[in-house]
Design a protein around this ligand. Structure first.
Ligand code: FES
Length: 335
């Protein structure tokens, strides 16, 4: 099993599309493996070029299944209500359509040698963890897959996962009043005889990941054993339009509900540093000078204390939400 970190773009052809849950489309793509790189490793993803307005942008989707050559790859895409072309475009794909895709890329590697694994998926986050669970089952590892969702209709692959993982699968469904007790989950990891050796892999909404990170810190479990995939997370508030200003440059831009601060400022001619565009690396952070509204931190780079202090913001994912009736406004300072 291999994956690479450097994108090699090629034309992929859609082989099949199937709905697998409400708003979730399973899409199988054939992309020539050059050179042959073997089955995509668990935790790997594809970058896809999607049309946005008159240009294109990148979207990352976890690989749910791969053939032995790593050339037939399956992803699953949740159609986002505020999509401006990314997931909406992916949902228009039909067999025979072509699109630009990378080879399998990896930034969420699985350490199969850990003595114990807990995999935690929230909603569509299951796509990042399903392949990991399959590998752990195959190598007879000690693992538990915890899958959290609002309702079964919206949770992809539930039956398939139940068949494959039996009682290693723990389902928590809001509509069935079986929500996840995050503190209880982390406490059960801490009190297990392999507690400090257990690795927790998670992918899901920022609220869930923030809560787990808080409990993990409180329990004193090793930070390096908490691993996550974000894919530019959903936040605490619904995205809405707001105004961003940079007084030192006399710049003012409107951040539309379906774009990021980084995109709005770039459109306004401001040159900013960034890398991951998923709220993980911290390269796009700017200092907050003033905010009229509530900061909606959606990154996993800043600590809880830094987010509460509100002195900086990750411009690639975080936003501002309305607190009163006036348009939310954010003033930033360039370094
Ligand atoms: S570019 Fe990495 S956190 Fe924004």
């Amino acid at each position: 099993m291999t994956t690479s970190a450097h994108p090699d773009w090629a034309t992929g052809r859609v082989l099949a599309t199937t709905p697998v849950a409400a708003g979730v489309q399973r899409i199988t793509i054939h992309r020539p493996a050059r050179p042959a790189h073997g089955r995509a490793a668990p935790g790997s993803h594809l970058d896809v070029r999607v049309p946005i307005g008159e240009g294109t942008d990148l979207r990352s989707y976890s690989i749910v299944e791969s053939d032995d050559e790593g050339s037939t790859l399956t992803i699953s895409v949740l159609r986002m209500p505020q999509s401006r072309g990314g997931s909406a475009f992916m949902h228009t794909l039909a067999p025979g359509d072509e699109l630009q895709v990378t080879q399998p890329l990896q930034n969420f590697p699985l350490n199969v040698t850990a003595p114990r694994h807990v995999l935690l998926a929230g909603g569509i986050g299951i796509t990042a963890l399903a392949a990991m669970a399959a590998v752990l089952r195959r190598v007879d590892a000690d693992y538990t897959l915890v899958y959290v969702g609002r309702s079964r209709e919206r949770m992809a692959y539930v039956d398939e996962l139940a068949r494959l993982h039996g009682d290693r699968l723990q389902l928590h469904v809001d509509a069935e009043r079986t929500p996840l007790d995050v503190a209880g989950l982390v406490a059960s990891i801490g009190s297990h005889r392999l507690g400090t050796a257990t690795e927790l892999y998670m992918c899901g909404p920022i609220r869930l990941m923030d809560a787990v990170r808080r409990e993990w810190d409180t329990a004193g479990l090793p930070p390096a054993h908490l691993r996550f995939e974000t894919f530019g997370n959903s936040g605490w508030f619904l995205p809405e339009e707001f105004v961003v200003t940079i007084p030192q440059r006399a710049v003012e831009a409107t951040v539309r509900s379906n774009e990021t601060i980084l995109e709005a400022l770039t459109r306004a001619g401001v040159d900013l540093m960034y890398d991951c565009r998923k709220g993980e690396c911290g390269l796009c952070l700017l200092d907050v000078e003033r905010v009229d509204g509530t900061l909606d931190h959606r990154d996993v780079f800043l600590s809880g204390a830094q987010k509460a202090a509100g002195r900086s913001i990750s411009t690639c994912v975080s936003r501002v939400a309305r607190t009163g009736s006036s348009t939310p406004t954010l003033s930033l300072t360039l370094p």
